[in-house]
Design a protein around this ligand. Structure first.
Ligand code: GAR
Length: 205
């Protein structure tokens, strides 16, 4: 069966990447194959996770490539060389330009650790999202997987899952609960859903 050639973009620890690698190993991504992991941080632990799973791992430094434009040029080249059809942002904490996102309509997925449209957009990433949810005093938060367009966290929503906030939560405790109860489940499901839809589209074309 044809599988959608998928790249995962990361910046940090890579627990969401790990959820994807584990899902593929367990046969839960029958329509997707993760063929490369690309980080904008050379010391991201996610790169080790990729290597441990036997997946190609690449680091691209914005600084060395002369800023955002050079970074995106190198990224596009890496994706084209490998025939990438689907891109997954799994804790990729850099915003892609409108020029870049326009090249992959409905082919870039992002996981965000809140129920969009709450606590999202520029400046809301990682622990900052959970800090904001706690200081606003909401009782429910969660995670969202959405397609990426030119608006940060503004693309079509694919999946969401709510997670309860408990008394005494710290940003770190809440982050972990949102990952365990929502992110690590939603992201593999969203990747498989999207890859399956792309396979169907290709076979009908
Ligand atoms: C995750 O919580 C992810 O949802 C978030 O960063 C964390 C990365 O963790 N992404 C964003 O905030 C994007 N705006 P990980 O590296 O362990 O997957």
């Amino acid at each position: 069966m044809r599988k959608i050639n998928t790249a995962v973009l990361v910046s940090g620890g890579g627990t969401n990447l790990q959820a994807l690698l584990d899902a593929e190993r367990k046969g839960q991504l029958p329509h997707a194959h993760i063929s490369v992991v690309i980080s904008n941080k050379k010391d991201a632990y996610a790169l080790e996770r990729a290597k441990n799973a036997g997946v190609e791992a690449i680091a691209l430094s914005k600084k060395r490539l002369g800023g955002q434009e050079g970074f995106e040029r190198a990224l596009l080249e890496a994706l084209n060389e490998r025939g990438i059809e689907l891109i997954v942002l799994a804790g990729f904490l850099s915003i892609l330009s409108a020029d870049f996102t326009a090249r992959y309509p409905h082919r870039i997925l992002n996981i965000h650790p809140s129920l969009i449209p709450s606590f999202c957009g520029e400046g809301f990433y990682g622990l900052k999202v959970h800090e904001a949810a706690l200081s606003r005093g909401v009782k429910l938060t969660g995670a969202t997987v959405h397609f990426v367009n030119e608006i940060p966290d503004g693309g079509e929503i694919l999946l969401q899952k709510a997670v309860r906030i408990l008394k005494g939560d710290t940003p770190e405790v809440l982050q972990r609960r949102v990952m365990e109860q929502a992110e690590w489940k939603l992201l593999p499901r969203a990747v498989e859903m999207t890859a399956k839809a792309l396979c169907t589209k290709a076979s009908n074309a």
